[in-house]
Design a protein around this ligand. Structure first.
Ligand code: NAP
Length: 278
């Protein structure tokens, strides 16, 4: 199999033996997605004639927002499956633009890229920062958030998506408002109202939601980005505390926190002639 190996031209300056040349053939880029930013990357790269992209979605939601251009859906089958995909599809670089809490696919991406010597560009949104009027209780993970809830009875807006809801299944002393895109397929706590809604959410909507359900505190992941930030603003305005779950450590390589930055980094990657075919 012939593929392009790519090098970063900044790194190249420190390794004079390797000479980067202009791209002679389109090279393939895998975008690991499931986020608005991944879709924006796909849209902005779709017309770039020296690149050929493929977006990948996990297939978690019933009606995913499909990015522009070629898309594949479903898990790869762990690191080995991802490695096979990268080889079979002659992928020359990977962009990990998955959600900050999607840690397993990111670990697979890093391992696979390391093993194949492929460049990995990591996008990560800037986390939300606590403002002066915010009443945040920061916890390390959803398990710690559930432990907090178990000791703090009340009316809780549980806004963590649907995958780790079972962590709260034993919290019988609280009442939960749970919001998800699709119905959860894990055990829920006994006193629960479920609403199915897809963001982005606006401030007025979130204020109304919190008031209508007499919410006493929120459990949220620190996802960053604007699409789900309105609930944090609404909590601030209403003086409602937020149990804020910190992000997992995903990568050992530094991340880039803007789509423009990812595009600039991608454009600095150039193929080495001996590894390329037209
Ligand atoms: P995860 O725990 O990191 O991944 C679990 C497994 O799902 C992975 O091992 C992989 O299966 C598969 N997978 C995940 N993302 C994939 C992708 N983009 N393309 C192909 N396979 C993928 O991820 P998660 O937390 O379940 O999230 C799933 C997807 O939803 C992610 O793509 C993420 O961007 C998006 N998302 C997640 C959240 C969140 O709060 N976690 C919120 C919004 C959107 P294999 O091991 O079989 O390859």
């Amino acid at each position: 199999m012939v593929r392009c190996r790519l090098i970063d031209t900044e790194a190249t300056r420190k390794t004079p033996a390797i000479e980067a040349v202009p791209r002679s053939a389109p090279f393939r880029v895998l975008i690991l997605g499931g986020t608005g930013e991944a879709s924006e990357l796909a849209r902005r790269l779709a017309d770039q004639s020296d690149l050929s992209i493929v977006s990948s979605l996990a297939g978690r939601v019933n009606q995913p927002k499909i990015p522009e251009g070629p898309v594949r859906i479903g898990g790869f089958g762990g690191v080995d499956g991802l490695i096979s995909f990268l080889q079979n599809e002659r992928i020359g670089a990977v962009i990990d633009a998955t959600h900050p809490f999607a840690a397993r696919i990111s670990a697979s991406a890093e391992l696979a890229c390391n093993r194949l010597g492929l460049p990995l560009i990591v996008f990560s949104r800037v986390p939300w920062a606590k403002q002066e009027a915010d009443r945040w209780h920061v916890v390390l993970d959803t398990r710690s958030a559930a432990a907090y809830v178990a000791q703090t009875p009340g009316r809780v807006f549980l806004a963590i998506g649907r995958q780790q809801l079972d962590t709260f299944a034993a919290c019988s002393n609280a009442w939960f408002l749970i919001r998800a895109i699709d119905p959860p397929d894990v055990s829920l706590p006994p006193n629960t109202k479920l609403i199915l809604e897809r963001g982005p959410f606006h401030l007025e909507h979130e204020l109304q939601l919190l008031r209508d359900h007499a919410i006493e505190y929120i459990v949220s992941k620190n996802s960053g980005g604007p699409a789900t930030y309105a609930k944090i603003e609404a909590a601030r305005l209403l003086g409602i505390p937020v149990v804020m779950v910190e992000r997992p450590q995903k990568h050992s390589v530094p991340s880039i926190n803007s789509v423009d930055g990812v595009l600039a980094t991608l454009n600095r990657l150039q193929p080495i002639a001996e590894f390329c075919t037209p």
